[in-house]
Design a protein around this ligand. Structure first.
Ligand code: IMP
Ligand code: MG
Length: 175
């Protein structure tokens, strides 16, 4: 058991299980993109560990970049405007694979998709390490999923609770 801030967490998914899930995603990506020179776009901060592991397992040529969803207050009529920080190259005509740590409600993913799908990419897919089917209510089909998990709060392997827990090499769930 571990304690992060005020909450206690117990072991939930071992590093071996995570590696099996990453191997599975990486194998599919190798089948689908080996000669495609894709761009992997990791979503910070949570995806750094998954991105590193899955990209290490990719055998073809590829490019790697990291993005972060930001927001600023627009005019009164536009409200909060979402931006994608770190996207400093054109994705036009490229095959893009977004790497996410977890898809929960899909709200974050939807915002990122709206921005990336304006970029006239040749092909766009999402690979996520964890996916909560009970929470996901959006239309976008997530093609590559490492592991489906119930609607529980987890930490570790890049995922945090209020900033802590990202460095844990296995996943813990709220006790
Ligand atoms: P969304 O609900 O799909 O928009 O999830 C957005 C973000 O919430 C994810 O990218 C994570 O950063 C965070 N998140 C969702 N579920 C969990 C969890 O179980 N543990 C830690 N962070 C989570
Ligand atoms: Mg995240």
């Amino acid at each position: 058991m571990i304690k992060l801030h005020d909450l206690e967490f117990e072991p939930y998914i071992s590093e071996e299980e995570i590696n099996v899930a990453i191997d599975k995603v990486a194998q599919k990506l190798n089948e689908d993109y080996l000669d495609a020179n894709p761009i992997f776009l990791g979503v910070l901060n949570g995806s750094f560990m998954f991105a590193s592991e899955v990209i290490k397992r990719f055998s073809g040529d590829c490019e790697v970049s990291f993005v972060k969803l930001g927001s600023y207050e627009g005019t009164q009529t536009t409200g909060t405007v979402k931006t994608l920080l770190g996207l400093n190259q054109s994705l036009k005509g490229r095959k893009v694979i977004l790497l996410e740590d977890i898809v929960d409600t899909g709200n974050t993913l939807e915002e990122i998709n709206k921005i990336l799908l304006k970029e006239e990419v040749a092909n766009y897919e999402v690979a996520t390490l964890f996916y909560k089917p009970e929470a996901y209510k959006k239309e976008f089909n997530i093609k590559y999923r490492g592991m489906e998990i119930p609607n529980k709060f987890i930490v570790g392997y890049g995922l945090d609770y209020d900033g802590l827990g990202r460095n844990l090499t296995q996943v813990y769930k709220l006790k």
